[in-house]
Design a protein around this ligand. Structure first.
Ligand SMILES: [Mn+2]
Length: 301
């Protein structure tokens, strides 16, 4: 069984993870065909086995289901209606599975996805982003892929319940970085990841949001945190970003933490990929998150 067959099968018993596709790209600031990615992502899983030798985990032990794609925004003037569908689909998915993973699509999906998660529970949600960018741009042009964190904070999420890992030195305007700092957002620069390792920095981010009162965490894995050499299909990836190994380590660490109940993987435009490398990296990051979830269940046993 390869990982594509694993995600496509119908598991017996109660689900542990539900997966949704969110093929949207109308809210992208740079031109993007990120609507093409959920299908390409499922196809790329074929390249992976279910066995992770380093972690000693076989994903076959996890009960996961592909809940299909939410209708995207391709035939609509903007992403407004698709965002509402994403919120509702995530809310509904939590009736089926305790952990929901959304495969984008552009990063604007994160706000409605977190809103759906909040509506599904009485937990106090925080957000950990793996991203080169703060995504705290002002809302001058409405909700975009560069605004989800600002929208969440302006919508009531305490700023100190957000931690950002992999922020790029050249990735943000001074104003947007200052806005994030003023809200109390915990910022862990890419340089820290290079020095201390991604798993260690993610640990710190988990402490950050927990200390601020979060009892549930949404992990926003923006694939543009990868170095552009590994993520040519992300419109805003930069030289000097993470290696796929660092991002897979981070994803596994997030998956292992019992507080992490939701995740998205976003910003890949499969139609702009080179040799399938970005989509394949995204698939590896997703599978590493799932391997972390398998370890979480083992830790609890
Ligand atoms: Mn982002």
């Amino acid at each position: 069984m390869n990982a594509q067959e694993w995600l496509a099968r119908e598991p017996d018993g109660e689900l542990q993870i539900g997966v949704l596709g969110a093929p949207i790209s109308k809210a992208s600031i740079s031109p993007s065909e990120a609507w093409s990615t959920p299908t390409a992502f499922r196809e790329a899983l074929r390249r992976f086995p279910t066995w992770n030798a380093a972690l000693g985990v076989d994903l076959a032990e996890l009960r996961i289901a592909d809940l299909g794609d939410i209708p995207g925004d391709r035939d609509e003037p903007d992403a407004t209606a698709a965002h509402e569908r994403i919120r509702e689909a995530v809310l509904d998915a939590y009736a089926k599975a305790p952990i929901v993973v959304v495969i984008g699509g552009d990063n604007s999906l994160t706000r409605p996805a977190v809103r759906g998660a909040e509506a599904a529970s009485r937990l106090e949600w925080g957000v950990i982003t793996l991203d080169a960018h703060h995504d705290c741009r002002p809302l001058d042009d409405g909700p975009r892929n560069g605004t989800p964190i600002r929208q969440l904070i302006e919508g009531g999420m305490p700023g100190d319940r957000v931690a950002q890992v992999g922020i790029h030195a050249w990735g943000n305007s001074r104003e947007n970085g200052q806005w994030a700092a003023d809200q109390g957002v915990h910022v862990h620069a890419m340089e820290r990841v290079a020095q201390s390792g991604a798993g260690r920095v993610v640990e710190e981010a988990l402490h950050d949001v927990r200390d601020a009162g979060a009892t549930a965490v949404w992990a926003d894995l923006d694939i543009d945190v990868l170095d552009r050499a590994f993520a040519p299909a992300c419109p805003a990836s930069m030289p000097g970003g993470m290696t796929p190994q660092q991002l897979m380590d981070a994803a596994a660490r997030l998956g292992r933490d019992p507080a992490v109940l939701g995740a998205d993987l976003c910003e890949v435009d499969a139609n702009a990929d080179v040799a399938g490398m970005t989509v394949r990296a995204m698939a590896g990051v997703f599978l590493s998150f799932c391997a972390g979830v398998a370890l979480r269940h083992r830790d609890a046993a």
